[in-house]
Ligand binder design. Sequence first.
Ligand code: PHE
Length: 340
Amino acid sequence: MKELIIDLKNQILQEIKDVKEKDKIEDIKVKYLGKKGKFTSILRNMSSVSKEERPKIGELINISKNEIEEKINEKIEIFNKIELEERIKRETIDVTINKKIVNIGHRHPLNQVKEELENFFVSMGFSVVDGPEIETVENNFNKLNSPLDHPSREMSDTFYIDKDLLLRTHTSPVQIRTMMSTKPPIKMVSAGRTFRFDEVDDTHSPMFHQIEGLVVDENINMSNLIDTLNTFIKEFFGKDMKTRYRPHYFPFTEPSAEVDVSCFNCKGKGCNVCNGTGWSMELLGCGMVHPNVLEACGIDSKKYSGFAFGMGIDRITMVKHKINNIRLLYDNDKRFLEQF
Ligand code: PHE
C-alpha cells in the first residue's frame, strides 16, 4: 500500500513537472485530487490495510496530498508569472523607437527678432506696452507735434480710414497713449505693425514693423539716451559695434538724431555691403521728447523730460540674417522660413 501511494505520488509530481499549459494543471488537480480523483479513491481501499497501519498510511496520504497541492500551486504561480511577463513585454512602449520626426514649425524670423528686442529691453527695466494698429489722427500726428503741412500726413504716405482714423504710420502713438494714462516715471517699449503707402521694392513694404522706446522722468538728458542706445547696440549686436549720432529732424523730438552702427558685414573696415563706408546707415531714430509732446499729454515739461527712440524690426532682421530683400519676409515661402 505504502509503495502504491509513493509511486502514484511520484507519477503525479512528474506529470505536474511536465505540464506545458496552464489549463492542463487544472485538469491534473481534478483528475487526482477531486472527489472522484485517483488519489482520493486510494482512501477507499483502506479496508485492506491492517488496523495498526491505518494511521500511518492515512498520514502518508495526507502528506502526499499536501505535497501534490503545493507543487500544483507552485506550477500555477510559474504560469502566472510567465503570463505577466509576456503581457508586460506586449504592452511596453519603446520610447526610443526611430520614428519619422514630425515638423512642428517655429516662429517667424520677424517675431523672433521682435521678441529678442523686447526681452532685451525688459532686462534693462523697460515694460512692454501694446497699442492698436488703427489709430486716431490725433495720436498718430497732432499730439506728436507733427505740423499740419508735414509730408507724412499726405494721402500718398498714410492709409486713411476716414478724416479722423488711419493705420498708424509708426509706433509713436503708443508713447502718447502711455503718457496720457501713466504718470512719470515712464520706461516702456512698444513693438508692432506699422503702415505706409510705399511701393514694394527690395527694402520697402507697405506693412512693416517698428519697436519704439520712451523714458520720461525728472532730469532725463541726452547722455541717458546715448548711454542706453550704446549699451543696447553693444549687447544686442556685439561688443565691437560702434555707433555714430547724426543730427536729424523729427517733429516729436528736439534735439533729434539718426544713429548709424558699424557695418554688420565688415564690422567697420569697409566692404561692398556698406559701400566702403564701414557704417550701416540709419538704424535708429531718436531724440529728447519735445516739450510740446509732453504738454499735449498733460505732463509738466518744466519738471519732467524724456527721450525716445524707434527702429525698424524688418531692417534689423535683415541685417542680422543677411537678407537682401524684404519681400522674403512676407512671401511665407517655407523653404526660406525653415532656415531660421
Ligand atoms: N517714429 C519715428 C519714425 O517712424 C522713429 C522715432 C521714434 C524717432 C522715436 C525718434 C523717436 O521714423
